[in-house]
Design a protein around this ligand. Structure first.
Ligand SMILES: [Fe+2]
Length: 216
């Protein structure tokens, strides 16, 4: 299993890779704040839940989008890029790469996610078969939840995240996505015995980068 410092090194290497492939300097905070936000929120929730290893939750949170940086370059669903890269290196990071996008590990029909898969039907079929054999475990659900709550500037509500999605993609949030996120939040609010949003003020935000600053 990747350690915390392995994860940090990996993310730093991704920055170097991305800068070398045309990323505008000063924009890294967008990726950094999202993945570390997912990591710290997942760790915090795991602390309270008690049946999830907080360190593993942090590592999987930070690593869940590892394939994202290569997505446009390869024109391929980032979850599959991450899965293929990690399948021989770290099983759990490989699996979280594939599962984090699909709430409760349920994938919509191909027609609804064709764009996400860059029109590659064979990739969709692989992911759909994988998910059919892999019911969502506690880590899958936790990272799916946190992925919906952390963005480039901090922790947000589901409604704010949906609004951001709409603006970025110039389309309204698909029903399957909105309802899955709401179901996940109900699930965790009940398990935690408190509103997930109430954790936000307890997480120190000193990990965050500000726009224009690629390094901490
Ligand atoms: Fe993400």
């Amino acid at each position: 299993m990747f350690s915390k410092s392995d994860a940090q090194d990996f993310i730093s290497d991704l920055l170097q890779f991305d800068l070398a492939h045309g990323r505008e300097s000063g924009t890294w905070y967008k990726f950094h704040n999202h993945v570390y936000g997912v990591g710290y929120l997942a760790q915090k929730m795991a602390d309270v839940l008690g049946y999830i290893d907080p360190e593993k939750a942090w590592i999987l949170g930070v690593m869940h989008d590892a394939g994202k940086i290569h997505e446009q370059l390869e024109q391929r669903f980032h979850g599959l890029i991450g899965y293929e890269f990690f399948k021989d290196k770290d099983d759990e990071i490989a699996i979280i790469s594939l599962t984090h996008t699909f709430h409760f590990n349920r994938i919509p029909p191909y027609e609804k996610v064709e764009k996400m898969f860059f029109g590659r039907r064979e990739d969709y079929n692989f992911v759909a078969d994988f998910l059919a054999q892999h019911p969502a475990n506690e880590y899958d659900k936790l990272i799916q939840m946190c992925d919906s709550l952390a963005n480039c500037s901090g922790f947000v509500t589901l409604e704010q995240r949906e609004e951001e999605f709409s603006q970025r993609n110039n389309m309204s949030v698909p029903d399957y996505m909105a309802s899955g996120a709401n179901l996940l939040k109900d699930f965790f609010d009940k398990r935690l015995g408190r509103d997930v949003y109430s954790f936000y003020e307890e997480i120190p935000c000193d990990f965050m980068l500000t726009p224009g600053n690629d390094y901490q």
